[in-house]
Design a protein around this ligand. Structure first.
Ligand code: NAD
Length: 509
């Protein structure tokens, strides 16, 4: 008999299970089957499924019998079953911590909606991905090879949209997760896009400006077959900004022979960028936070806020919150965390000056210094993770001392952490709503590029506020109607919309 593999998507364990299986099923907590941390893995999930398995276990071929009978339930529990040892489990090419997080969230919302199996299949895995390896001439004269990705999650809603990032841990699985979240974000905001995400695995701080330009241009050239203003429209993300968007747009335009401003958003104003894009994500976080605080009866004007990340998103949020009277009691970048010594909060203008002069928060004199991640645990009303994914985990969730978490970063809270926070009565306002200001103003930029017409700042801000308020309303309606947490509510609204579009379009051919 061919060996069978049970793959647990929570821990990426894949084990041939034949003789062992009987033991695994019976001996629910046998420590020899894995370290204590295997609590989330298949050895525990199978027993949970095995409550009704008395007969199949006595079967001559228990594994096959169990698989045949319980395959659908196993899939629902995140177990993938492959027929042969050498077989690749469906979807395993996307496998990563972040992708497992995204699909787990999808499964919860799909269950909540009672989503038809057809749409679970059609919406779960990304539709298209491009992986490229390309050479870049470094300043030293040596040639380095880089790996870049672009993942398009769904083509159902229109062109795809999402940023590209430069970071040492960029991977196909990470881009897949982020592209899926982009789909839900766009759907929640009512934007005519599917989600996409990309990036190049590199250490951006090690690149000179000239190397960065060559890398960006080559990455753009590699992506030409799948990007375009009606196909897929990249935007800034971690360690990319206006400069990279200008290079990307120029490279694309050189290839097609005329200027195509609508191929990227987040461009400099003079190249067809929009007023308000740079601040849009941070500003949007504050707009959503204002609405949430109103609902939770928190006086934001006087609230204490702790922020992880002092880049585009965290920096703008800090300035805006400071301007409306909130106290930024702690903030961090990758180099250091700073915590206000007094009750009044940090002097954000002084922090800006320091960073402009010294490049980072390290050494800032008028505050206590802590590790970057520790700012999340400073007592306050609002915690804003605005830097990296998986910042709030089961390891620190118990120590957060706040009334709410609002996700400015993408995927900063793991499922385990969120369960702990919810149990403690701390709501998590999900990324798909909280940081959607960026893609919303990107959409405005794209529309202006298509129209060859510019809107003024007031119009942008008004439209942004209106669009976010409407999405906020859809989420709170779902929270109240379904009596669920904010993330499940937001995802169910978004998934329902995309599933409806998929249903109406049908399956080609
Ligand atoms: P950025 O590169 O401008 O800033 C990132 C900041 O995080 C920097 O201050 C960096 O020093 C800091 N940082 C990095 N690692 C850290 C760590 N371990 N601890 C503390 N700080 C750390 O990036 P950004 O554009 O501000 O993006 C931040 C997050 O927001 C990302 O998750 C991104 O995907 C998400 N996001 C960005 C946009 C956008 O428009 N830029 C839109 C939606 C979501």
């Amino acid at each position: 008999m061919a060996a069978q593999i049970l793959r647990c998507l929570s821990c990426a364990n894949a084990k041939p299970v034949l003789a062992q299986y009987r033991l695994l099923v019976r001996d629910k907590r046998a420590s020899q089957h894995g370290p204590a941390s295997s609590a989330r893995c298949c050895f525990w999930t199978i027993p949970a499924l095995s409550l009704n398995l008395a007969n199949p276990i006595r079967n001559a071929n228990p594994v096959r019998a169990i698989l045949r009978r319980y395959r659908p339930r196993m899939s629902a529990h995140g177990l993938h079953v492959a027929e042969d040892e050498g077989a690749v489990a469906p979807g395993s090419e996307w496998d990563s911590e972040l992708y497992r997080m995204a699909t787990k969230q999808f499964d919860v919302a799909a269950e909540l909606l009672g989503l038809d199996q057809e749409f679970r299949v059609r919406l779960r895995d990304p539709r298209r991905a491009l992986v490229v390896n390309f050479p870049v001439r470094m300043d030293s004269g040596r040639t380095a090879s880089f790996t870049g990705y672009r993942v398009q999650h769904t083509l159902t809603m229109g062109p795809t949209k999402g940023g590209f990032r430069y970071a040492p841990d960029v991977s196909l699985g990470e881009c897949a997760a982020l592209s899926m979240w982009m789909t839900w974000k766009c759907a929640l905001l009512g934007l005519p896009y599917g989600g996409a995400k990309g990036g190049v695995r590199c250490t951006p701080a090690d690149l000179s400006d000239a190397e960065r330009e060559r890398l960006t241009r080559r990455y753009a050239a590699e992506l030409i077959p799948i990007v375009g203003p009606d196909q897929d429209i990249p935007a800034p993300d971690l360690a990319t900004g206006e400069r990279e968007m200008a290079w990307f747009m120029d490279t694309y335009s050189q290839q097609v022979g005329y200027s195509v401003p609508g191929v990227v958003t987040g461009k400099p104003l003079v190249l067809g960028g929009t007023t308000g894009r740079r601040e849009a994500t941070g500003l949007g976080v504050v707009y959503v936070l204002e609405a949430v605080c109103e609902r939770m009866r928190i006086l934001l004007r006087d609230a204490r806020v702790a922020i992880q990340g002092y880049g585009n998103v965290g920096g703008v949020a800090a300035r805006e919150l400071h301007a409306i009277g909130a106290r930024v009691v702690a903030i961090s970048d990758a180099s250091s965390g700073v915590v206000a010594s007094g009750d009044g909060g940090l002097d954000v203008a002084a922090l800006d000056l320091w960073v402009a002069e010294h490049g980072s928060l390290a050494g800032y004199p008028d505050a206590e210094h802590v590790a970057p991640a520790d700012v999340l645990e400073v007592p306050c009303e609002v915690v804003i993770p605005a830097a990296v994914s998986r910042a709030i985990t089961a390891d620190n969730a118990e120590r957060l001392d706040c009334r709410l978490v609002i996700e400015a970063a993408n995927g900063p809270t793991t499922a385990e952490a969120e369960a702990i926070l919810l149990k403690r009565g701390i709501p998590v306002i999900p990324d798909v709503l909280a940081n959607a200001g960026g893609v919303t103003v990107s959409y405005f930029e794209w529309v202006q590029d298509q129209q060859r017409y510019s809107w003024d700042e007031l119009e942008i801000h008004e439209r942004l506020r209106r669009q976010l308020r409407a999405a906020y309303g859809r989420v709170t309606d779902a929270v109240d109607r379904l009596q669920v947490d904010w993330r499940s509510a937001a995802l169910s609204v978004a998934i329902e919309r995309v599933a409806e579009a998929a249903r109406l379009r049908g399956i080609y051919p």
